[in-house]
Design a protein around this ligand. Structure first.
Ligand code: KG4
Ligand code: ZN
Length: 374
């Protein structure tokens, strides 16, 4: 069984083909085209620009993904039916490239299509959804809508198939920070989440205060680790650990960013200061994330802990969680290149749905605020 998945919830135009046998999935192609250079001047992702870029990039990404998976064959060019092109009316770039590019591609041996329906930036989501719907009509292949956060959760399926349920997931990305209890694939309950900024957003905002371009999370992490190699403890700045001792599983990161801003106002930003602040900030964030995860495990006994989402690429977080968890708990993180947004994770989530026979056909609508437990 082969699944072709499309992910456009933010600034990555991503398409993957995953093959799933009885026992395990394998990746046939994994294309991630980042638009980050275009968005950097806005200090974040600009939704209508993201939509237009997805419109231009989707067809070339599809050709590349099919080629890499050995599923690309040309055929005598056909005219794309008008009723399909009409569905792409709201994205002229996409409509144009679909019209010119798809007629000469032979229907590939794909069994299912999957697409992210939310959460994310709605104009960007719509680009992927309309493209997926048009492909589904053209090739007559069923289309499965997938929640982006469920995709992050499923990204660990390439690390291991043996997830024991109930599983607790710490999902940390640019838009979300949540503790999710999974009783099985498809059955989720959010037991804790951020009250304001997401943790990735906090990394990016602090990076900006230190003078780094968006998204600065990886840069903060590099500086922090350099400092950690030099100094055993972080003693220069002292930031709060927000909600560390609160009697619930909520997070809050916006005050931390404000504390960083105040601390930096009193000092000149040198490389040394950048390192010291990055270190203290990463220490503070990781301490809170680890502590809340342990607290959640105290109230909701789980057999597996999954760490996923863009911030799960953070080496220090991966390591600190590992060292703090009970040794009999199965701890699974995605391969590092699957931490940040990609379409392989969307295909893997679709794979769990197909295996559970949970793929009823329904109208797909972009939902920027879609919750994993809705
Ligand atoms: O999941 P993701 O790729 O996109 C969203 O769904 O939001 O997450 C992106 C976030 C960004 O905020 C980025 O700065 C952060 O993940 N990130 C990191 C690291 N790599 C990516 N944050 C801290 N350390 C990293 N190594
Ligand atoms: Zn994400």
């Amino acid at each position: 069984m082969k699944i072709l998945a499309i992910e456009t919830s933010c600034d990555e135009t991503a398409i993957s083909v995953v093959e799933a046998t009885e026992n395990s999935p394998s990746v046939l192609s994994h294309i991630v085209n980042s638009q980050i250079n275009l968005h950097q001047k806005y200090g974040g992702v600009f939704p209508s620009l993201a939509k237009r870029e997805h419109g231009k990039n989707l067809v070339p990404a599809l050709v590349e993904a099919l080629n890499k998976a050995n599923l690309y064959f040309e055929t005598n060019s056909i005219e794309i039916p008008t009723e399909i092109l009409e569905t792409l009316e709201k994205n002229p770039e996409l409509q144009e490239s679909f019209k010119n590019g798809l007629g000469a591609i032979k229907k590939p041996e794909i069994d299912y299509l999957a697409v992210t329906e939310g959460p994310g930036l709605e104009p960007a989501l719509w680009a992927g959804i309309s493209f997926a719907k048009a492909l589904s009509m053209l090739w007559d292949i069923p289309l499965i809508p997938i929640n982006h956060m469920e995709g992050h959760l499923a990204s660990v399926l390439l690390s291991t198939e043996n997830i024991e349920f109930p599983a607790l997931a710490l999902l940390v990305s640019g838009g979300h920070t949540e503790l999710v209890l999974a009783s099985s694939w498809g059955k989720y309950q959010i037991i804790g989440q951020t009250l304001d900024d997401a943790v990735g957003e906090a990394f990016d905002k602090v990076a900006r205060l230190l003078g780094f371009p968006y998204p600065g999370g990886p840069q903060i992490s590099r500086l922090a680790s350099k400092h950690r190699k030099k100094e055993k403890v972080s003693a220069y700045f002292k930031l709060p650990r927000p909600m560390l001792n609160s009697d619930n599983l909520s997070f809050s990161f916006s005050g931390l960013k404000t504390a960083v801003r105040y601390a930096l106002e009193k000092t000149e930003i040198t490389l040394e200061i950048q390192q010291k602040m990055a270190r203290e900030f990463e220490d503070a964030v990781v301490e809170v994330l680890v502590s809340k995860t342990l607290k959640a495990l105290g109230s909701y006994p789980a057999k597996t802990l999954i760490l996923a989402g863009g911030v799960s690429a953070n080496t220090y977080l991966r390591k600190q969680l590992k060292e703090s968890l009970p040794k009999d708990l199965l701890y699974i993180v995605p391969e590092q290149h699957l931490s940040t947004d990609n379409a392989t994770m969307i295909a893997l989530a679709a794979y769990t749905r197909i295996r559970n026979n949970d793929i009823s056909q329904r109208e797909i609508v972009a939902n920027g605020n879609l919750q994993i437990d809705s």
